[in-house]
Design a protein. Structure first.
Length: 152
């Protein structure tokens, strides 16, 4: 990302910063379809939260009556949301998102990078959720972990 920002090329910056551009859409859609059909999914180069690296390789299996949860920023995207039986959006304010992101990632990132990531979330994710939140079947305000509240 640093090289893209240094280039001052808006298209290159957007390609690197905007998480919608990180998705391999055909692969994501194929993976969700395969998981729904077979209950199995082989993952290569999956993201490991503890390290921030994409080094997970393994098989994920779900039984016939299991619930499959997908945690993906772009789940509200029409191509992806249309594959779900139900889409639930856990919604919090941008400030809460920043605070939780910092808590989650502070073990592997310095404060300057965390501030940069917060700026990216506000630049791309906040408008994305505003635009696509109506794709959710259920919206839950999750600002208070102890007392989530159904919004719609």
């Amino acid at each position: 990302m640093a090289e893209a920002v240094a280039s001052e090329d808006p298209a290159r910056i957007d390609a690197e910063e905007n998480s919608l551009n990180w998705q391999d859409w055909p692969l994501t859609i194929a993976a969700i379809r395969a998981m729904r059909k077979t209950g199995k999914l082989h993952v290569e180069n999956g993201w490991i939260q503890a390290t921030g690296e994409k080094t997970f390789t393994g098989d994920i299996e779900a039984g016939e009556n299991d619930v499959i949860w997908c945690d993906l920023v772009s789940l509200l995207h029409p191509e992806v949301a249309s594959l779900a039986d139900v889409v639930i959006l856990l919604e919090v304010s941008p400030d809460t998102t920043d605070k939780r992101g910092n808590t989650r990632d502070q073990h592997r990132n310095d404060p300057e990078y965390l501030a940069y990531k917060a700026a990216i979330r506000r630049k791309y994710d906040t408008p994305y959720f505003r635009r696509y939140r109506t794709a959710a079947d259920l919206i839950i305000d999750n600002s208070d972990f102890e007392h989530p509240r159904v919004v719609s």
